[in-house]
Design a protein around this ligand. Sequence first.
Ligand code: CP3
Length: 354
Amino acid sequence: MAESSQLPYLLRATRGEVLERPPVWMMRQAGRYMKAYRDLRERYPSFRQRSEQTDIAVEISLQPFRAFAPDGVILFSDILTSLPGIGINFDIVESKGPIIDPPIRSQSQIDQLHLIEPEESLPFIKEILQTLRQEVGNSAAVLGFVGAPWTLAAYAIEGKSCKDYTLIKRMAFCEPKMLHKFLDQLGDAIALYARYQINSGAQVIQMFDSLAGQLSPRDYETFALPYQQRVVQQVKTAHPNTPFILYINGSAGLLERMPQTGVDIVSIDWTVDIAEARHRLGRNVGVQGNIDPGVLFGSKELIKSRILDTICQAGNRGHILNLGHGVLQKTPEENVAFFFETAKNVDKLLAVTA
Ligand code: CP3
């Protein structure tokens, strides 16, 4: 199929083609474990500048692409980047993480939020994605991403990263109407933002509901799943052929429910066996993952054997090789290079062992 071989390799996997090796990229593949990123961060200490000034964000997105030739290039940004577009301010502070100030705690604050107009509030996203498509061509797929309503609401309400999520849970259990209103608004904004990313050149969308694994299955069904569905449905109505990936950290208790969102691919963490996960997810969705990011602190032998094991367990269709969460800050860069090199030559390794 001449036409299909022109497609970025990652997109062939999302179409369900049988492949010799799975496509590979890494969540958080741009960032602090890379010396090139740390050097650039010294010159531009503000995260918002790094992610919102087109030339810098493009450069950072391309650092791992040039170094490791992954099959996917994700734009350098954050799940919080869309929040100012609806009237919520944020910053990312060194060694503290995200800060939302003032946090969203009342109905009147929620009533004051406005609809997102991505062309107005996020013009740099279009420039970044368009430039990435030009730079990358067909050598990799360009991925856009968004946060899901529950996770964005958790940051907005708590005001920062935290352990127990007591403030959003108190709102969920004491003032559910207020939280549902907020989740509704976030859902519509996120869907519009994802559509804007696709119109700007994103070839795949990954939605991070990183914190939805903090919910019991019944509360997931009330506060996260319907809003994931709402985003997916709105995006799919406008862009039925753009593959949609959903990631939840700690999703092992939720796997059977996740395909109900309508996504094409579920991205799983390492606490579940990938063959079992595929069985539980059913035939209609692909899977992404699921190597423990901690494995990249191990020996090259270990890294190779975990790659081979994961690929064999996942099967040769509908699998994108990835970590089970973002690459960790202190990861040796040469191990990331080895991971990609091994994963991209795995068809040869498998032929030898066969
Ligand atoms: O993959 C990529 O290269 C794109 C990069 C990316 C960032 N944030 C850049 C970033 C992606 C995909 C995100 C998504 C994101 N942001 C998530 C979902 C993924 C996940 O990890 O579950 C979440 C929960 C956030 C919120 C957020 N932003 C956190 C928890 C932090 C880390 C705080 C810290 O200091 O460790 C951030 C900041 C952030 N976003 C950094 C990067 C590279 C680190 C700050 C820096 O480099 O100065």
